[in-house]
Design a protein around this ligand. Structure first.
Ligand code: BG6
Length: 518
């Protein structure tokens, strides 16, 4: 079944018709020779230029150790764009106009003279906004954040007060536990206010994740159902068909809990469950998210044993092709106990959600790549059709499909046509592509634009990060470096360890596989 939504305004591909063009500024990428610059940042800036979303005047400076000129850096990025741009072929006119704004500053992150050179380069752009409005993108190791911030402050480029604006963008991991996150946050805010720090969680840049709030708070019909009276339980699945590949070194330190649950999954959960904010102001939304995270019931080590399942993939097959086990991946210890899968049950102690289980699961090398939130409603109070269809009528559900095939569907029961009283679940389906055409900006495009514009809504606030770490730390404490048991392994290409099914079965629930509806 397809819905048709009538719109007052025709659907457009614009990010927002009312958005003001951001002020001119310079963007400085530290660690510019890394993967992130070529894969995500430059393609995002290129598309923002193409869509005329960048400020009237801007510069992008790549700061890194390798010896390059502006020209050689531009050529290299142009080559890489052929591989990483989401639209092909690259538009040469747009590229040429964009590339004129790219500059390279060679320097070591620990070398004060390099920051002086950076300062001179910025000053050569004039004394106006290109020198004063500065976005520092720290694409470096977190251990280098503190040093870089101190250096840019000393070079007179970063101030808490003064002319223009300066902002710092950082990527996860924001520490590896609460204590290290607190240390990092102290370093980040030593020479900048919290409002000047943009902590990126790329899930918040995804169109469908942003739509969660729109869906909830602009539709009275759903919001009335969004509570313990109607909802039986909620499932959040972020499954990935890929293994850890060449990221074994990083993954050995992180594991699925830190890599996915601490950030993306708790962010999605908080948007799905938070109370309505008093306004759309960044702080109002972030206040509600923090309030929600704080309402998640703390897990004791006994709870962890009962409510959290971890797993690690062994060799199996994906798309019929054999794939190695995690312990055989490059840079992974042959006896590693790092989890590549986590499933957990969380409870939210507040008026809206008391008693409703929230099941979260994520893993690598699962049968499909899909992210979905499924709101499973309570059964009808009485099954009128029991004689014809049995006692177990399918219960209604709303699925928010975050990726791929972005959309929302409602599952309910319908009569099977014919003389008998057959009943069968049917679907009402809203598809982004069908409704709006294929408009799929990369999360980074939206996030970089928000950072330049100074809207903090889509960035994670200090207390959000720290509260999320508290939840994750309690789980790690429960695991207490215990080695994995046989029950915790799963074959690559399957839906995780059996214990994960048991976790839901205890309450009469079962995982629903994300549906590949188009
Ligand atoms: C990253 C994790 O943050 O998110 C990766 O480090 C993971 O391990 C990725 O693969 C998933 O993002 P997406 O956008 O592909 O769902």
């Amino acid at each position: 079944m397809n819905t048709s939504i009538s719109l007052e305004e025709p659907a457009t591909g614009n990010i927002s018709a009312e958005r003001k063009t951001p002020e001119p500024c310079s963007i400085i990428i530290f660690g510019a020779s890394g993967d992130l610059t070529a894969r995500k940042l430059i393609p995002a800036f290129y598309h923002l230029c193409r869509d005329k979303q960048m400020p009237a005047s801007f510069r992008v400076i790549g700061f890194a150790r390798r010896d390059k000129t502006d020209e050689s850096w531009r050529n290299e990025l142009r080559e890489e764009l052929n591989q990483f741009s989401r639209t092909q072929p690259v538009n040469e006119t747009v590229w040429k106009a964009f590339a004129k704004n790219l500059f390279y500053c060679r320097g070591d992150l620990n070398d004060t003279a390099a920051y002086k050179k950076l300062e001179e380069m910025l000053t050569s752009f004039g004394s106006g906004p290109l020198r004063e409005n500065l976005l520092f993108y720290l694409a470096t190791q977190p251990s280098q954040f503190g040093g870089v911030i101190e250096q840019i402050h000393r070079a007179g480029l970063l101030h808490k007060e003064g002319a223009g604006w300066q902002r710092i963008v950082v990527e996860k991991p924001f520490g590896h536990d609460l204590a290290s996150a607190q240390t990092l946050n102290r370093e980040l805010t030593r020479y900048a206010h919290e409002q000047q720090v943009c902590r990126i969680d790329h899930y918040l840049g995804k169109e469908t994740v942003q739509n969660i709030l729109m869906f909830r708070f602009s539709n009275s019909v759903f919001e009335k159902l969004w509570n313990r009276n109607s909802v039986d339980h909620v499932q959040v699945t972020v499954s990935e068909k890929i293994g850890v590949g060449d990221r074994g070194g990083y993954y050995e330190e992180a594991g699925a809990l830190r890599d996915m649950v601490q950030n993306h999954m708790l962010q999605v959960l908080s948007l799905v469950t938070m109370e309505p904010p008093v306004s759309l102001a960044a702080e109002s939304i972030r206040d509600e998210k923090v309030k929600l995270l704080k309402s998640i019931r703390a897990l004791t080590p006994e709870d962890v044993a009962k409510q959290v399942v971890r797993g690690q993939y062994f060799a199996g097959a994906i798309n019929g092709k054999p794939v190695p086990g995690y312990r055989q991946e490059p840079k992974v210890k042959p006896d590693s106990n790092v989890e590549t899968y986590v499933a957990l049950k969380l409870l939210i102690d507040n008026w809206r959600w008391s008693g409703v289980p929230f099941y979260l699961r994520t893993g690598k090398n699962l049968p499909m790549s899909a992210s979905e939130v499924r709101i499973q409603f309570r059964p009808t109070p009485h099954v009128l059709f029991a004689a014809e269809c049995g006692q177990n009528l399918d219960t209604n559900a709303i699925a928010l499909r975050l990726q791929p095939n972005e959309g929302i569907y409602l599952r309910f029961n319908g009569k099977v046509p014919g003389m008998s009283l057959g009943v069968r679940p049917v679907r009402m389906h809203f598809s982004y592509d069908a409704e709006f055409g294929a408009y799929t900006p990369e999360a980074y495009e939206r996030l970089l634009l928000e950072a330049i514009a100074g809207d903090a809504t889509l960035f994670i606030r200090r207390d959000e990060v720290e509260t999320a770490w508290q939840i994750v730390d309690s789980i790690r404490k429960g695991w207490d470096s215990k080695p994995l048991t046989n029950r915790e392994f799963y074959s690559a290409g399957t839906w995780g360890p059996v214990a994960s099914d048991d976790l839901l079965a205890q309450a009469g629930h079962a995982w629903h596989e994300p549906q590949m509806v188009k």
